[in-house]
Unconditional design. Sequence first.
Length: 241
Amino acid sequence: MHQITSYFFMYAKVVVTDKVPFFWTLGIPLVFALTQSLSDIRQATAVEYYPALSYFWVYIILATYVNGVGIELARMREFGLMKTYVMISGNKLTYVIAVILAQLLFASISLLLFTTVVTLVHGFFSFTLLASALLVLIGSIPFAVASVAITALPVKVSSLGTFANILMFPLFLLAINSPDQWFSFLNPFYSLHEFTLGLLHLTTQVDLSFGVWATFLSVLGYFIIGAIALKRFSLVSLITR
């Protein structure tokens, strides 16, 4: 536990002071959300507004996991640092947990800032929404674990980061337009959005439709994928030998 705490504080300092991740995970969603027509948004009902807001939550969370967990672990391995961390802690799980906790801290700051600014401008601010955003983040931990699967791709880290960030945009747009079918849950953006709708339904008492069992099974599936990827996570670079 002491080693996890030490790694967490070490990595959290790096995460909070790095401005580039804030651009990807907070800046882009803020620009899109604040450039929408205010007159149309302020006439929207909670049933219409909450699903739209939750899409931005989903993007912020998954962008954090992709860049801060999956790609970061691949980068540490590429630089040979994972071997050092494992030699110190005795196992790879200690450092991975610390990285995930640090990214949860980063994502919570991004979510709170985004939700506060956007809902104040749109006229939908409430502390219930802020609490709901944090609850969604806690419930999204299986997706953080699943992001470890990115390290299994035999691609250079520089190319991996570019490819992953480019791929996120079509997946995000696809989730918005996906039909309510089982195959839509193969898209993590869609799956996490359905989970978010379910949680918002419970916390705000707004009637939002979502697939209960399909959402539960998909979230469980992503956790299993991540657990398998974590078990098979190699400390040796897949590209550089």
